[in-house]
Write a protein that binds this ligand. Structure first.
Ligand code: SAM
Length: 218
């Protein structure tokens, strides 16, 4: 426990200090992005049921509040929406429009069942799509990646693509599990985007997430 606390302190301190890289050993290399079948199987197995638990969603609460404050009544795109755990938190802030996409048909089916009323009312939409090839003529005030950006491959390509879907003044919001590899992604994100807000949310059970709202540089 003492070691974990120390490691977490180093990870938090490192968010603004890339020179601390030698203290953060990221083992191995980035694994290939899992397939749609992988995600479907994991959802059916119940691996991600935990994402609906309250003590797993404090990072969602912070991101939703930051977005609602920065862009009230926004048009939102959530990438990797799963079965709608983040939407559940965002929904009371009444976004003008919400679209959630996910590569897993199983997760999208569950989201459609959970939020059938909002879909019928036209305020929420869920679509099965691979975020690495998602194209739309729509534009959004915020594109959100709660615990998803780490599965989408090259971070520069992801940011360039989704920044192109933003309305003027739009922002990118994300949460990432905090450990050595995401800290490196965070450094890169801060090079290519301007940080409007960053925070670390730590649950009492020890889990921690970095939460960020970033904007394309002018
Ligand atoms: C750890 S889960 C997070 C789910 C949800 N955002 C949350 O915070 O509860 C990662 C999600 O990303 C989705 N995902 C992974 N790769 C994807 C891709 N290429 N395109 C769209 N969604 C993807 C998975 O199906 C899964 O639902």
């Amino acid at each position: 426990m003492g070691f974990l606390r120390l490691r977490r302190m180093i990870e938090i301190a490192a968010l603004d200090r890339p020179w601390m890289a030698p203290l953060l050993r990221a083992r191995g290399t980035d694994s290939p992005a899992p397939s749609a079948e992988h995600w479907d199987t994991e959802y059916r197995r119940g691996t991600y049921d935990r994402l609906l638990r309250s003590d797993q969603r404090h990072h969602h609460r912070l991101l939703a509040a930051l977005i609602a404050e920065a862009r009230p009544g926004a048009r939102l795109l959530e990438v990797g929406c799963g079965e709608g755990a983040f939407y559940e938190t965002m929904r009371p802030f009444a976004p003008a429009h919400y679209l959630g996409i996910d590569i897993s048909g199983e997760a999208i089916g569950r989201a459609e069942t959970r939020f059938a009323e909002d879909i019928a009312a036209g305020t929420a939409h869920f679509r099965r799509a691979d975020a690495r090839a998602f194209a739309t003529g729509d534009r959004f005030d915020a594109v959100l990646f709660p615990e998803c950006i780490e599965y989408l491959g090259d971070i520069d390509e992801v940011v360039t693509h989704y920044a192109g879907l933003l309305n003027p003044g739009g922002v990118i919001g994300l949460t990432m599990w905090l450990n050595a590899r995401p800290v490196r992604r965070w450094w890169r994100l801060k090079e290519i985007l301007a940080v409007q807000d960053q925070a670390v949310v730590t649950a009492a059970w020890g889990g921690a997430w970095v939460v960020g709202v970033l904007a394309p540089r002018p």
